[in-house]
Design a protein around this ligand. Sequence first.
Ligand SMILES: Cc1ncc(COP(=O)(O)O)c(C=O)c1O
Length: 423
Amino acid sequence: MSVPTPHSELSHVWPIGSEIDGAGRLRIGGCDAIELAREFGTPAYIVAEDDLRARAQAFVAAFSSRNADCELLFASKAFPCTAVYRVLAEEGIGCDVASGGELVSALRGGFAPERLVLHGNAKSEAELALALREHVGTIVVDGADELERLERQLDGGKAPQRVFLRVTPNVRGETHDGISTGQADSKFGVELADAPALLDRMRGNDRLDLRGVHMHIGSQLRDLTPFRRAVEAVAGLGAFPEIDLGGGLGVAYTSDMDVPSIDDYAAAKVGAVHEHLGSDVRIIDEPGRALVANSCVTLYTVETIKRNVSTWVAVDGGMSDNMRPMLYGARYEAHVADRFGGGTPCHVVGKHCESSDVIVRDAELADPRVGDVVVTPVTGAYGFSMANNYNGIPRPPVVFCRDGDARVVVRRETHDDLFARDV
Ligand SMILES: Cc1ncc(COP(=O)(O)O)c(C=O)c1O
């Protein structure tokens, strides 16, 4: 199944089903963005539920049409929100968690424990104990120290624990250093040369059920070649019943960006497995960003406009609801939600006490005014998950929209919430 194209007046970056109505106002999931801002306040994360479902279905179809035995896992660090977990669990995919907190969130979101895969480069004794207690399906062992820690906790009376070994294939994709993980010198996984000894040790432990190797070479990759090279690199480690290929498909953040389709991504990965490992291998893939990023937009309200050397359009959020521009120099686009089009070169900035708090440098808004609702698309991945309370700003709500109905799935934080942990 392919992902349908949004309304013709809007580019491919917007959630499926988004449109600009006859009055020039943005609608997401059938809901008027200005009304949403009025009803739920700003900043707010607005999610088109149908978009989430369509992308999950597209990933499942793209992989399962090419390999008889596959499993898709939601890399939940991208959007660890209970309602998002719930939708994706309903769509029949499994879930990758990278900490004890994500593990309990995924269970709360309705994932069966056997559909969970635990990752993490520094899993604690307590996180491993929690995973074993909750009967988490699979643990991806990240290194020798962790293997020892896990072995100490294994209970001889239980069925063997399914495990993979994470390896770094020494393949670097083209992406920001902060999200590149496939190079040999990485904090994640073990080098190819060190893998055989650990795999032997895992094979020799009858309380472990070694299923294969795991790799994840990085995120926001727009060229598919490194995925193929990575499969070729790990193929030398031998034959296993399963392979976990991680995630990594890039998404279009701005209208001028092109990215491979979900179908092309699956074709490249599955094709490489068939070429180097044969067609009897169970394939696991872990999309995060490409599953959720385009499903969500953030609504802000313009608080002030200053004209000095540049025009600075300051909104009521910023680095507390979207860290990616500051962490990775990530580019977004911004629009006035009821006045699309450019005309005024400006910088869209947040309200935080940092000059780095720039959401969109060199934006073009249509005659921005104080009180306007400004929207940034493609905020579904790592917006909510990296949100913080810098400057005591309460975190935004998450609002799901579908067929013209809007419902709050995470309420806005209150000032009282800021003191919830005081003792
Ligand atoms: C182990 C693992 N799997 C999957 C993913 C998902 O990657 P992406 O969001 O690029 O699809 C990540 C992201 O960092 C990861 O660390």
